[in-house]
Design a protein around this ligand. Structure first.
Ligand code: CTP
Length: 404
């Protein structure tokens, strides 16, 4: 096998700070008999020269022990330790690095977190527990083989041919979140899902095991739908990936969702997409996905307003004013485009200049009629948005005077 050395990629990809850290780790590893590798998404991104989100180093052996040695020999701050998975997060020279022990895993409970069989297995076993060949590349940080590419699963070929390929036929059965991950990578990297992988995906989606860890599904959905938009969502629907969360058939709404999201910039785009499915499928809203109260409310409010037939400006205003943008966008996409856009573009700008305090200053006694009166003024102001405060006061005085 030809050895491919990635020193040039390494040299141009990392800044001097990271290089100094890797070289320091490499020295300490040599002295203490450890082998270190960059691994997973980082090596994929290094080869594609794309920004990577995390810096992951795999220690062939026990990463926690290695990090403790590092701590005793250099200025290292331990940030967090996960004993069960043999992982440890540290900060060196202001940079955060995740160290992971090589580990072999099995999935005794399909669709749930894997069981760690062995911490400190050999690198090859660690590589073959992973999701896709392009995420199963490693780069040596060891003296004598520094920057050599380790490619047990032919990931480099798939990277060159732009393919997302699972490492074994049971990959999606073990971990269905990988179906969403494949979608994420295919869109982010512009890769195709390889033919057999797509078949395995289709087979799984025809017979989903709903006894899975939905929190993991939620987390992947959140990352994926937040990062991307229409294209991902269309694939999510067309490839029937939504079956992971809903057994009902779903059609893509005929409206440019991505444009709406780009224009109004909701904080949580993924909830807009999820909401489009969830308002028709109460299962999604059950505790299954472990949505937070806020997340649930966003969708439940859309569900509640979905059948409301709002026509009058005042009705639209009163029903929409307290809603989160995500709720309004779900409604716009699922049939109330005219009302929502009218609200966002025109009505939402209308604000009363007067409030209860003004009424007290005018000498009115506090009463439940205050609310009615203010609503009356609001109705008028929606017809005439340029109304001045003095006009508002006149209107409310007339309204309240007979009974004041
Ligand atoms: N992994 C896996 N199966 C999963 C999740 C993760 O095999 N369900 C493996 C993959 O090898 C992946 C690595 O763990 O590369 C790290 O996971 P994560 O940080 O989610 O992946 P990245 O590829 O780094 O993704 P991103 O670029 O979005 O951070």
């Amino acid at each position: 096998m030809n050895i491919i050395n990635l020193y040039e990629n390494y040299n141009s990809y990392f800044d001097a700070g990271f290089k100094a850290i890797f070289e320091l780790c490499s020295k300490i590893a040599l002295k203490n008999g450890y082998q270190l590798y960059l691994i997973g998404g980082l090596v994929r991104d290094l080869l594609l020269n794309q920004n990577s989100l995390d810096i992951d180093i795999t220690v062939e052996g026990d990463a926690i022990k290695f990090a403790r040695i590092l701590e005793s020999e250099a200025k290292v701050k331990i940030l967090s330790v996960h004993k069960n998975f043999g992982t440890i997060k540290v900060e060196i020279n202001g940079k955060k690095i995740d160290f992971a022990s090589t580990r072999s895993e099995t999935y005794p409970k399909k669709g749930h977190l894997p069981h760690v069989d062995r911490i400190g297995c050999n690198l090859k076993e660690d590589i073959f527990r992973r999701d896709f060949t392009v995420n199963a590349l490693a780069m040596s940080l060891n003296q004598g083989s520094f920057a050599d590419l380790i490619d047990y699963a032919d990931g480099l070929d798939d990277l060159k041919n732009k393919k997302i390929r699972v490492l074994h036929a049971k990959s999606f059965v073990d971990d269905p979140t990988r179906i969403i991950r494949a979608l994420k990578y295919s869109s982010r990297l512009g890769f195709e899902i390889e033919e057999n992988t797509l078949k395995l995906q289709e087979t799984y989606l025809k017979n989903v095991n709903y006894d899975m860890c939905n929190k993991r599904i939620k987390n992947e959905l959140k990352k994926t739908l937040n990062e991307y938009s229409q294209e991902i969502f269309e694939k999510f629907i067309n490839q029937k990936i939504y079956r992971l969360i809903s057994q009902k058939e779903f059609k893509i709404p005929q409206i440019g969702i991505e444009n709406l999201i780009a224009k109004y910039k909701p904080k949580h785009p993924w909830l807009v997409y999820l909401g489009l499915i969830a308002i028709f499928e109460s299962d999604v809203l059950s505790d299954k996905l472990e949505l937070t109260k806020n997340e649930k409310d966003i969708i439940l409010n859309a569900k509640r307003l979905y059948n409301s037939n709002l026509n009058e400006d005042f009705e639209i205003y009163k029903n929409f004013m307290a809603q989160k943008l995500e709720t309004l966008l779900i409604l716009a996409i699922s049939g109330q485009e005219k009302q929502v856009l009218h609200y966002l573009e025109d009505l939402a700008k209308v604000k009363l200049s007067i409030n209860g305090k003004d009424l007290l200053e005018l000498g009115f006694q506090p009463s439940k009629l205050f609310g009615e009166g203010l609503d009356f003024v609001l109705k008028e102001k929606l017809k005439n948005p340029h109304m001045k405060k003095s006009q508002e006061l006149e209107i409310i005085k007339d309204y309240l005077n007979p009974i004041a």
